[in-house]
Design a protein around this ligand. Structure first.
Ligand code: URA
Length: 421
């Protein structure tokens, strides 16, 4: 049967919804074998129409439980990039304003970590909830964090493995179907997608980011879901940290009132979501609402409630032990200049390798500068938190070259390149 589908595609015929249902059912039942890999290779090599991407998304969604709600449910997702803990701010922020938000999360894919990995670094936190627990969480806290381990979109996890093993992570049709399936399965009706492009993103090219936005808009409109896509570049990380636990600290700082670039961008995403849900809402009123939620501490209180409701240990935030580094070293600027380039991709690869080798989330990087900043010789540009002395030896030379300085005053970059409503 799978062979017939491959031949049909090679013959130039369009695959139907039932063709994709058959393929996904096969993958669910038999796992990854040569035939199904060949099927996905064929899609990868020959491309897919937007309807085929929609059908694949629908089949992934239908591989597990699909939630339905009467009320408005928000969702947010990123296509994958380095150093972005914004969801940890946006979820409690909107929940504290009385809106309901579900966050279906994915685990790390390629060099990027996912929200599932950040939440996993919170002791005892569980993103594996059954239907009753999901409703309880929503009723109690207005929010719910769900991982791949739930019975929602179970095939997406298998597809992650297949795409990683066979070099298909960057295929934009697979990215669109993977993400939109998760958003549809959660019963969301207002969705924001952050489409990142650049070397520190899974999507590399701007033109692919634009094509991806069109695919998301198409899939969501066919499923009566309101959506807004933001195309953002990865020249600059949204947060100032890289690593699972340290990224939680980054978000926590914003929830506790720190004014940073992460706060600015999380506010923008929250406002775009609010305005997408209600097109009569005035943008500046929406900004006032989110600023009050952060400044009053109500978003932070909501964060503690959400974590507590899903079994997480909130003491680690109160006594600041969420991130427990072993050793740290500061890297300094050897000359004065403007920050011209930050290689966050290389940093993410280092942190990913060390976390995996040490089975430890207490490894990470804090970036002390942003693009365009002027630094003096001797200023700290980044701090590296590591476990074993040999880890520093191994990566010292690379880390020394991740922040490049230039004599020319560089323009501050615009991270959000385009908003597509
Ligand atoms: N995030 C997902 O959930 N899926 C992808 O394919 C990429 C990023």
């Amino acid at each position: 049967m799978i062979l017939d589908l491959i031949e049909k595609k090679i013959d130039g015929k369009a695959l139907t919804q039932s063709d994709f249902d058959i393929a996904i059912d096969y993958l669910m039942k038999r796992g990854i074998d040569n035939l199904i890999v060949k099927f996905f290779y064929t899609l990868n090599d020959l491309g897919m129409s937007k309807d085929e991407v929609l059908f694949l998304a629908n089949s992934i969604r239908d591989s597990g439980r699909v939630l339905h709600f009467e009320e408005t449910i928000f969702e947010k997702h990123s296509t994958g990039g380095v150093g972005d803990p914004s969801s940890l701010v946006i979820v409690p922020l909107l929940a504290s304003l009385g809106y309901k938000i579900i966050k279906t999360t994915g685990r790390s894919l390629s060099f990027t970590n996912g929200s599932a990995d950040r939440f996993k670094s919170i002791p005892n936190f569980s993103a594996r909830l059954d239907y009753i627990d999901i409703n309880n969480a929503l009723n109690k806290t207005n929010a719910c964090i769900l991982s791949h381990n739930n019975d929602m979109c179970p095939v997406d996890k298998i597809l992650y493995d297949l795409r990683e093993r066979y070099g298909m992570v960057e295929n934009i049709n697979f990215i669109a179907s993977s993400i939109s399936a998760k958003k549809m399965s959660s019963g969301a009706n207002v969705v924001l997608i952050d489409i990142k492009y650049g070397t520190a993103g899974i999507v590399k090219k701007y033109k692919d980011a634009k094509r991806l936005a069109k695919l998301f808009k198409y899939i969501f409109s066919k499923n009566n879901i309101k959506s807004v896509c933001l195309i953002t570049n990865t020249l600059q990380t949204l947060g100032s940290t890289i690593g699972n636990a340290v990224e939680v600290v980054d978000a926590l700082n914003v929830l506790q009132g720190q004014h940073s670039f992460l706060r600015k961008i999380a506010n923008k995403y929250a406002v775009e979501l609010l305005c997408c849900a209600d097109n009569h809402l005035n943008k500046s009123d929406a900004y006032d609402m989110v600023n009050v939620a952060l400044d009053s501490g109500s978003a932070y209180k909501q964060f503690l409630k959400i974590i507590d409701c899903q079994g997480g240990d909130c003491e680690c935030f109160k006594n600041a032990t969420i991130f427990k580094p072993y050793h740290s070293v500061n890297f300094i600027a050897v000359k004065q200049g403007y920050v011209g380039c930050i290689n966050s991709y290389a940093m993410a690869e280092i942190v990913r390798c060390l976390c995996a080798n040490n089975h430890d989330d207490n490894i990470g990087i804090v970036l002390r500068v942003k693009l365009g900043d002027f630094v003096q010789a001797g200023d700290v540009v980044l701090s590296f938190y590591y476990k074993e002395p040999k880890d520093l030896e191994e990566y010292k030379d690379i880390l020394e070259n991740t922040v490049r300085l230039t004599d020319l005053k560089t323009k501050k970059i615009r991270v959000v390149k385009k908003v597509i409503k």
